[in-house]
Write a protein that binds this ligand. Structure first.
Ligand code: ADE
Length: 224
């Protein structure tokens, strides 16, 4: 799988992609993550990529030309399954979308900045718009990093124990059950007896009930 991320601040994401599971997945050749500086595609001598909006509203808008040149250059080299725009007014990203995107071959992610991008790019080049939540970040970089992380951990081989990604919370629309490790008694804070019982069936049932209770309380929307 290949993920190309277009941004005006690509260095912001570099460190993130060089750590942990993401670094390992790249070394193993499971994913190729390429960062592109949108300014490299500007024809302006100051490398500008934004301009004032028509109509006189406040803020700056990312222009069509640099984005079109960058996306076209990538698309001339290979086919992309999706061209995703990171935007607070996009579809809210979740585990289902992560699962779906982890099965794709090549993805482009475009990080917005300022007041957003020229609408014509959204109409003609973008195939999907994703938000990581109902709040506005300074740019789409953190969203692209978060979404890339959620996708890459699902690629078989990314995580040493493949099962652990499949048993992540949200995979079955449930929040996680509580989890404990040794010691069984820490300062009188005791691990629930059931987990020490050795009765696998009862333990799985207890975990399910705990996860269900927590989901009902905190995220009833997931159960609809
Ligand atoms: N860009 C700015 N805010 C964002 C958000 N919440 N999700 C995705 N991209 C964004």
């Amino acid at each position: 799988m290949r993920i190309d991320i277009i941004s005006v601040l690509p260095t912001m994401m570099e460190g993130f992609f060089q750590e942990s599971i993401l670094a390992r997945a790249q070394k193993k050749g499971l994913v190729d993550i390429q960062l592109h500086n949108l300014r490299d595609y500007s024809t302006d001598k100051w490398r500008r990529v934004d301009d004032y909006p028509y109509g006189g509203s406040a803020g700056m808008v990312m222009q069509c030309e640099p984005i079109d040149r960058c996306i076209s250059a990538l698309q001339a080299q290979r086919h992309y399954d999706e061209v995703i725009y990171m935007s607070p007014d996009g579809e809210t990203f979740n585990q289902h979308i992560a699962n779906e995107l982890s099965l794709k071959g090549n993805l482009i992610m475009l990080c917005g900045h300022y007041k957003g991008i020229d609408q014509r790019i959204r109409e003609h080049l973008i195939t999907r718009e994703l938000s990581i939540g109902d709040y506005v970040l300074t740019g789409g970089e953190l969203a692209a990093a978060a979404i890339t992380d959620a996708i890459v951990r699902l690629i078989p081989g990314s995580i040493s124990d493949e099962q652990s990604a499949l048993s992540d919370c949200f995979q079955d629309d449930l929040l996680a059950a509580p989890i404990y490790t040794r010691p069984a008694d820490y300062k009188g804070w005791r691990v629930p007896e059931i987990l020490l019982s050795g009765n696998e069936a009862k333990i799985r049932q207890w975990e399910f009930e705990q996860a269900m209770e927590r989901t009902k309380r905190l995220r009833p929307d997931l159960l609809k």
